[in-house]
Ligand binder design. Structure first.
Ligand code: HAM
Length: 421
C-alpha cells in the first residue's frame, strides 16, 4: 500500500508551487520595502512558551497543539502560531535594544483542528511583529501595509473588520459584566458557550451558533468599559484609516481566539472561502513581552494564512508563472557528454537568468526533440554528428516558424541573445 501524507498536511506540488513562489516574493518585497527585517524561528518550542502566551484556556492550547515529550522527557510543541516564539526570540537575543524592532517571519504552523477547505493541520503564515511602539500610527501602518499586499495580489474583495479590546483592566471589567449577563441566560447557552462562560466569557461573542445570535447581539458592549486612552487610540486609528481611504467596519464581537490581545484587533475577511474566510488577523498584545519575562513593552502584529490567500489568486498567479525553459540542449553522441554539459554551463555563466535544460538520459534525436518541444522551450540547441566535427551547434526555434541555423559554438551565445528576451 502506498503511504499517504498526514490528514490535513498537504504537499504543494509544482501544479501550485509557482503561484506560491510568486505570492511569497511579492509579499516579502513589500515587507522589505516598509523596512521590516526577517527573523527565522524554530518550528518547535518548549510547550510553556505557548501555554503562557496564547492562554491555557484557549481552544488552541486546550485542544489543538501537537505536544509531545522528546527523548529527554521535555515537553515540546510544534508551533501553532508565530507570535509567542518571536517574543521568546527577541527577548533571548536582546533585540528590543536594536534600532529596528519590526520583524517578519514565514513558515509552517501546526494545529490539530478538524480539517476542511481552508483549515489544515499544517498551514503556512507570513507574520509580522513590531515592538515598543504604542501609538495608533503603527497599527495603521500594519493595516495599510496589508492593504498594499492585497493590491499587488489583485485581491479586491477583502473586507476589513476592526475592534478594540481595551486594556487588561478594561477586559477584566467587561468579562465580569459578560459573565453576569450570560449567567442570567445560562439555559440558552450551548455546551461550548457554557465551557467558555467559566473560562473566558468574551469568547462566547465569537460563537458561530445562529441560535445564540440574538443573545449575543443584546450582550453588554465592550465600549462601555473602555478607558479614555483606549478610546482615543481607537478613534485615532479609525481617523487615519478613513484618511487613507481604507474601508473598514467596526465589529464589536471581534474578540480573537488568542488571549494575548489588548486594544486594537483586526481581521481581513472574504466571502469566497466559505466558513474559513479570515485571511489575515492580528492586533496589539501589550502585555505579552512582560508575561514572557521581559520589561513591559507594547507590541502589535498580524499573520496571514498563505493557503487561504493563495487559494484566492492561484489561478491568476499560475498563468503568470513562467516555468518553460528558454533553451533545451540535445546531443547525439553519448561519448561527448562532457563537452555538451560544459557548453550548457558556459551559457548559464553568461546568462544566469535564462532557463537552460541539458537533456539527460540519452535517446534518439527524434525523441529528444519531442521532449524539447513538450518542455515548451523557446529554442533547442542540437549537437549532431556534424556539429561535433565542426565545433558548431544548430539552433532550432521551437515556438515560431523561424528557420534553424548552424553556427560556431564560440559565436552561438551572442546569437542566442537576439532570440531570448
Ligand atoms: P490567528 O488568527 O490564529 O492569529 O491566525 C492568523 C491566520 O492564519 C488566520 O487568519 C488564517 O488565515 C490562518 N490560519 C489559522 N489557522 C489556520 C488553519 N488551521 N488552516 C489554515 N489557515 C489558518 C495568529 O496566529 C496570531 N499569531 C496573529 C498575530 C500576530 N497577532 C499578533 N501578531
Amino acid at each position: 500500500m502506498k503511504l499517504q501524507s498526514i490528514k490535513g498536511m498537504n504537499d504543494i506540488t509544482p501544479v501550485n508551487s509557482g503561484a506560491w513562489k510568486i505570492a511569497e516574493n511579492l509579499l516579502i518585497k513589500i515587507l522589505d520595502g516598509y523596512g521590516y527585517q526577517q527573523i527565522r524561528l524554530p518550528i518547535m518550542e518548549k510547550t510553556a512558551v505557548f501555554e503562557r502566551s496564547i492562554g491555557d484556556v484557549t481552544d488552541i492550547v486546550q485542544k489543538e497543539m501537537y505536544t509531545f515529550e522528546d527523548r529527554n522527557g521535555d515537553s515540546l510543541t510544534l508551533r501553532p502560531e508565530g507570535t509567542a516564539g518571536c517574543v521568546r526570540a527577541i527577548l533571548q537575543h536582546g533585540l528590543l535594544n536594536q534600532q529596528n524592532r519590526k520583524f517578519w517571519y514565514i513558515g509552517p504552523m501546526f494545529r490539530h483542528e478538524r480539517p476542511q477547505k481552508g483549515r489544515y493541520r499544517q498551514f503556512h503564515q507570513i507574520g509580522v511583529e513590531v515592538f515598543d511602539l504604542e501609538g495608533p500610527d503603527i497599527d495603521s501602518e500594519l493595516i495599510m501595509m496589508t492593504a498594499k499586499m492585497w493590491e499587488v495580489l489583485e485581491l479586491t474583495d477583502l473586507r476589513l473588520e476592526i475592534n478594540t479590546l481595551g486594556t487588561v483592566e478594561n477586559r477584566k471589567k467587561y468579562s465580569r459584566e459578560l459573565f453576569n449577563y450570560f449567567s442570567s441566560h445560562r439555559e440558552k447557552l450551548d455546551a461550548d458557550s457554557i465551557n467558555r462562560l467559566e473560562r473566558n466569557p468574551m469568547r462566547i461573542l465569537d460563537s458561530k451558533n445562529p441560535a445564540l445570535r440574538e443573545l449575543i447581539d443584546e450582550a453588554p458592549r465592550l465600549d462601555q468599559c473602555l478607558d479614555a486612552d483606549s478610546q482615543r487610540h481607537f478613534d485615532k486609528l479609525c481617523e487615519i484609516l478613513s484618511k487613507a481611504n481604507i474601508a473598514f467596519s467596526v465589529n464589536p464581537h471581534l474578540v480573537r481566539g488568542l488571549d494575548y490581545y489588548s486594544n486594537t484587533v483586526f481581521e481581513w475577511v472574504t466571502d469566497r472561502l466559505g466558513a474559513q474566510g479570515t485571511v489575515c488577523a492580528g492586533g496589539r498584545y501589550d502585555g505579552l513581552v512582560e508575561l514572557l519575562g521581559g520589561k513591559p513593552t507594547c507590541a502589535v502584529g498580524f499573520a496571514m494564512g498563505l493557503e487561504r490567500l493563495i487559494e484566492l489568486c492561484a489561478q491568476r498567479l499560475n498563468r503568470e508563472n513562467r516555468d518553460a525553459p528558454d533553451i533545451y540542449i540535445i546531443s547525439t553522441r553519448e561519448d561527448h557528454v562532457a563537452e555538451v554539459m560544459l557548453y550548457a554551463e558556459s551559457i548559464r555563466n553568461v546568462a544566469p537568468d535564462w532557463r537552460v535544460i541539458c537533456h539527460c538520459g540519452g535517446g534518439s534525436i527524434k525523441s529528444q526533440l519531442r521532449k524539447a518541444d513538450r518542455s515548451e522551450a523557446a529554442l533547442a540547441i542540437i549537437f549532431g554528428e556534424q556539429e561535433f566535427t565542426d565545433g558548431t551547434v544548430t539552433i532550432k526555434p521551437l515556438r515560431n516558424q523561424a528557420k534553424q541555423f548552424t553556427i560556431e559554438q564560440s559565436k552561438s551565445i551572442a546569437a542566442l541573445k537576439s532570440f531570448i528576451r
